[in-house]
Design a protein around this ligand. Structure first.
Ligand code: AMO
Length: 445
């Protein structure tokens, strides 16, 4: 007789408490370890919410005992049995099985240990990602990620934003040619979208007023770093009728604070695995201008000129300085010079000083998390800025059309979801925050 089960018929560890003792339940999971003492065996069964003990006694059922103790590690079973208090067991209870159904036997040896104390190299882990993700900590990263995205959505829904989905196969890049991935599109040249930038702006002319998108963005990054990947998840925001970049910064800081609060309240167990206690940052975030960054970095022996964007070393140093001087993790770097952001043809320059833009980055402990600002919405000025950047206006006509027939002032920002998670959990490599990361040397799994 086979054991009846279904996706809603299983009990999870999180649902078991003293009131469950004495009751018969069904649990499904992976065999993490078997300790066979001859007459009694303890099976550690890992299921969605953790590991529980299944105790099988030979003299009670030799058949069950044999069945369970002969299985390979990581085989998948469903057990039906009684929950019994057992102070010796890690969870304080165990399951005494009445029936066991073997659903999938695992091959041996395993390419990667799941319960082993010794960690494998990141590359070996990523090569065997489905198995790597069985480890509670790796698994928890993606549960936290899901809660983080839930918190982000909650903020935007509360503020009456519309969630949008823009094309990822595009005819023109928004963030410069250097990181574009060219593809063939029915005989025409096309690219993978680096950012929904042009589309989120175009929608400001359509009357949506506030939009956000959470979607993949593609960058052919030239070097391998611990903070760049070729496919990342970009949170993109665009707001119409902004007065200046100030409105955009307001939105970014509220979002970040609310998202962190949501994670700290709704992913307590998972955060515990990382020994992380999230501090809810206070807003408004402190600011440092790009010019001040140049001075600070000069003091630290870094030769940044006012025309240079911050590199990784500069970003890290500014993070350290903001922590030392103000005890903060989040800070805005403001007033990026036109000499840097001017290549971002869509950035609005300051009317009182066109050598500066209102563009900002939001730093999170030495990592650039967000970048954004007010856009240039005036058609003639925009066209001039595009000409300055030697852009082919004809191939951007689909974009410019939105500016010719009524475009409100607007601004927005982009935030890298993986970087947010990486910093929140203090992970050394961004690849830990992607299920199946893509980089210069990785296209599978
Ligand atoms: P930017 O290019 O600065 O701005 O990107 C915005 C944010 O996206 C994240 N990010 C990345 N994360 C992982 N790997 C990468 N290769 C990578 N590249 C970027 C970072 C970064 O701060 N269109 C503008 C946004 C705007 O102005 O609205 C843009 O894409 O967290």
């Amino acid at each position: 007789m086979s054991l009846e089960f279904g996706w809603r018929a299983l009990t999870h560890i999180s649902q078991i408490d003293e009131s469950t003792y004495g009751k018969t339940i069904k649990v499904g999971g992976w065999i993490e370890d078997i300790r066979n003492l001859g007459g009694i065996a303890f099976i550690q069964l890992r299921e969605r919410d953790g590991v529980l003990q299944v105790t099988t006694i030979k003299k009670e059922s030799e058949e069950l005992f044999k069945k369970l103790t002969s299985l390979s590690r990581e085989s998948v079973i469903v057990v039906e049995g009684k929950v019994q208090e057992n102070k010796e067991a890690k969870r304080g209870f165990e399951i005494l099985p009445d029936q066991v159904e073997v659903l999938s036997e695992a091959d041996t040896p395993l390419p990667l240990g799941v319960a082993d104390k010794v960690g494998a190299e990141l590359d070996t882990r990523l090569d065997n990602r489905p198995i790597d993700l069985r480890k509670p900590k790796e698994n928890a990263i993606f549960k936290i990620r899901s809660v983080l995205i839930e918190g982000i959505r909650e903020y935007f829904m509360k503020e009456k934003f519309v969630e949008i989905h823009t094309p990822k196969i595009v005819a023109a890049g928004a963030e410069g040619g250097a990181t574009l991935f060219p593809i063939q599109y029915f005989g025409s040249d096309a690219y993978l979208a680096q950012s929904p930038q042009l589309y989120k702006q175009m929608l400001m002319s359509s009357g949506f007023e506030r939009v956000f998108e959470i979607a993949p963005a593609y960058r052919a990054e030239k070097s391998d770093t611990t903070r760049h990947i070729a496919e990342f998840t970009s949170l993109d925001v665009e707001i119409a009728f902004v007065k200046s970049s100030e409105d955009v910064m307001d939105c970014a800081q509220e979002l970040v604070r609310d998202a962190i609060e949501h994670v700290s309240e709704n992913a307590k167990d998972e955060l515990g695995l990382f020994n992380v206690e999230l501090e809810i940052p206070e807003i408004p975030f402190k600011r440092i201008t790009h010019k001040e960054c140049v001075e600070v970095l000069k003091e630290k022996g870094e030769g940044l000129t006012p025309e240079d964007d911050l590199d990784t070393v500069g970003e890290k140093l500014i993070g350290e300085v903001m922590k030392e001087r103000h005890g903060i993790d989040f800070y805005f770097i403001t007033e990026f010079p036109t000499a840097i952001k001017g290549t971002t043809f869509y950035a609005m320059r300051k009317s009182e000083d066109p050598s500066l833009t209102g563009y900002f980055d939001l730093g999170y402990g030495g990592l650039e998390l967000v970048s954004g600002g007010q856009r240039e919405h005036r058609y003639d000025v925009l066209v001039n800025q595009m000409k300055e950047n030697n852009m082919d206006l004809e191939s951007f006509d689909f974009y410019l059309i939105a500016f010719r027939y009524g475009m409100p002032p607007h601004g927005g920002f982009g935030l890298g979801i993986e970087r947010f998670l990486q910093k929140m959990l203090n992970l050394s490599n961004i690849r830990e925050c992607v299920l199946f990361p893509r980089d210069r040397s990785r296209l599978v799994p």
